[in-house]
Ligand binder design. Structure first.
Ligand code: FAD
Ligand code: SIN
Length: 525
């Protein structure tokens, strides 16, 4: 059993930023971070393009960044949230720099700003094409310098502890008191009691078989919050990144940053035709939803498995300087970017929705906060503007810190029970977990992908029911393991994506349903 002021679930940019801020300002308060893999494993670590922040007011302005975000979000962003996040950006970036994160500079000492889809100006601050790696490195180094942070790697949060665990609930608002956490090294389940809990558990990419996300992105925080009866929003808006390196085997797809298109690369079909100008006046720099839907349409028209990104006309010396990681990775696959076109396909990348939070990061459960990709703030609307995610995580981690700074919170009830696994046994059916995971990923790809229809979604519901029943039965009789819990969480997340897709009555941003076609006829001929 552990007791702490703050339990943070996740060690990406969101969780670490909150922990560092709180521990720096309040030396007497204890922060425990649990994270289910190595400390640095996270979506954050793989972020390439950078952080969208208005740092150069000469050509750019807050107003332009706000407008670009609203346009990308296709009319359903929360304008107040957009304004707040954009305007707080520069201050949050300065803090990151004070923690010794390095960003590329030009010869005259200004930021070397990149451009990505949907941005009307160059405003993406980056560290070559490995921005996330640099941010994660800097934050973890700061964490290790702070004695009041305890970081527990290979600790998997299974479920939040709420009033449900204390017997019949009095009053209306549920409270959270920490989480049950599996020590993945010795199988022990610890009760971590916390006055406040911050979910920073990241995204859901792995629910789809083809994704840019690493294996940790299984939507655990969203599933835990949903099971605890927190509100969850906008789950139908799964963002597919247009240019993942084509991988005929499926699984993880290496990302070819949108900044490469910002640098001037063209999308071509197999016949060599540059098709994006047919779909949008912004061509390759249209927002991500439009580029992905256009590629999907192009693939359906031609029957091809992928399209190509052509960089052969670009200044290669400058390319290698900005994108050394992408250049090297392509070479590993025998693609010489200087001469060869890069084969690319859209892949699941980001969840625009998540656990409902207000501007202070508060969920609908007392003493439970959420920030980063697991949260649904209203910033992204129906489609996130490129490089707004790291920014959102920094801003909300700060807002939660501010909200909690003047509040030491409630006391923790004494009667929290320990995890009870009486009557369960070590699961022997690993094959069942693997098989159901593959089934789940295939059904999400085939029926809940870039283009949906009510019929496909209904089919997905029926298939998901079978998987759900299989896994719930296994869960009830088993001692918990990481793979079983992750699959259970992904099933919950898939259910939310499908059910909220069926409820969505308009085609907006990343949500495209053939049964709502009338509004997008102009987009896809
Ligand atoms: P993460 O960084 O994913 O961290 C989540 C943490 O929670 C991890 O440590 C994980 O292990 C832990 N965790 C999860 N479940 C549990 C559990 N049950 N118990 C314990 N720990 C748990 N965004 C941009 O703004 N700019 C970019 O250039 C950019 N490039 C990207 C490139 C790639 C390839 C990818 C995949 C994403 C990119 N994004 C980018 C999106 C952005 O990286 C993420 O949205 C952001 O980093 C999410 O941060 P986070 O802290 O919310 O979650
Ligand atoms: C990329 O570099 O293309 C990813 C940027 C993002 O997801 O915001």
């Amino acid at each position: 059993m552990v007791e702490t002021n703050y339990l943070v679930i996740g060690s990406g940019v969101a969780g670490l930023t909150f922990a560092v801020k709180m521990a720096e300002k309040h030396a007497a308060r204890k922060v425990v971070i649990v994270t289910k893999a190595d400390a640095d494993e996270s979506n954050t670590k793989y972020a390439q393009g950078g952080i969208a922040v208005v740092m150069d007011m000469k050509g750019d302005s807050f107003q332009k960044h706000i407008q670009d975000t609203l346009i990308a979000g296709d009319g359903i962003c929360d304008r107040e949230v957009v304004e707040m996040v954009v305007k707080e950006g520069p201050q949050r970036l300065k803090e990151l720099i004070a923690w010794e994160a390095n960003f590329d500079l030009t010869a005259d000492g200004g930021f070397d700003l990149g451009k990505e889809g949907g941005h009307s100006e160059y405003r993406v601050v980056h560290h070559k094409d490995v921005t996330g790696y640099e941010v994660e490195r800097a934050l973890l180094e700061r964490v290790h310098q702070l004695p009041n942070i305890e970081l527990l790697a290979h600790h998997f949060a299974i479920d939040l502890i709420t009033d449900h665990h204390l017997g019949p609930k009095k009053g209306d608002l549920l409270s959270c008191y920490g989480a049950y956490v599996l020590n993945q090294r010795n199988g022990e389940i610890r009760t971590i009691k916390a006055i406040n809990t911050v979910l920073a558990s990241g995204g859901i990419g792995r629910v789809y078989g083809h994704t840019t996300n690493p294996i940790i992105a299984t939507g655990d925080g969203i599933a835990m919050a949903y099971r605890a009866k927190a509100m969850v929003r906008d789950m139908e808006f799964v963002q597919f990144h247009p240019t993942a390196l084509y991988n005929p085997e499926g699984g993880s797809y290496f990302l070819i940053s949108e900044a490469v298109r910002g640098f001037g690369a063209y999308l071509r079909n197999k016949a060599g035709y540059r098709f994006m100008p047919d779909y949008d006046a912004r061509a390759e720099l249209a927002s991500r939803d439009i580029v992905s839907q256009s590629i999907d349409n192009e693939l359906k028209k031609t029957g091809d498995s992928h399209v190509f990104l052509d960089c052969t006309h670009l200044d290669m010396a400058a390319f290698k300087k900005h994108f050394p990681n992408i250049y090297d990775k392509c070479l590993e696959y025998h693609i010489d970017v200087e001469k060869d076109w890069i084969p690319v396909v859209p892949a699941s990348h980001y969840l625009c929705g998540g656990i409902v939070v207000d501007k202070q990061g508060k969920t609908s459960i007392r003493n439970l906060y959420a920030c980063g990709e697991c949260s649904g703030t209203g910033l992204h609307g129906a489609n996130r503007l490129a490089s707004n995610s790291l920014l959102e995580a920094l801003v909300y981690a700060h807002n939660i810190f501010e909200d909690l700074s003047n509040d030491t919170g409630d006391s923790i009830p004494l009667d929290i029970p320990d995890w009870n696994d009486e009557g369960t046994r070590i699961p022997k059916e690993h094959i069942l977990i693997q098989h159901n995971l593959k089934e789940l990923q295939a059904l999400m790809r085939d029926y809940v992908g870039i283009v949906r229809s009510d019929k496909r979604l209904q089919k997905a519901v029926a298939r998901l029911d079978v998987i759900y029943n299989d896994i719930e039965e296994l869960y009830r009789e088993s001692k918990v393991t990481t793979s079983l819990c992750e699959l259970r969480n992904m099933i919950n997340v898939a259910h939310l994506i499908i059910s909220q897709s069926l409820e969505q009555k308009e085609n907006r941003g990343g949500y495209f349903n053939l049964d709502r076609l009338d509004q997008v006829e102009n987009q896809l001929s």
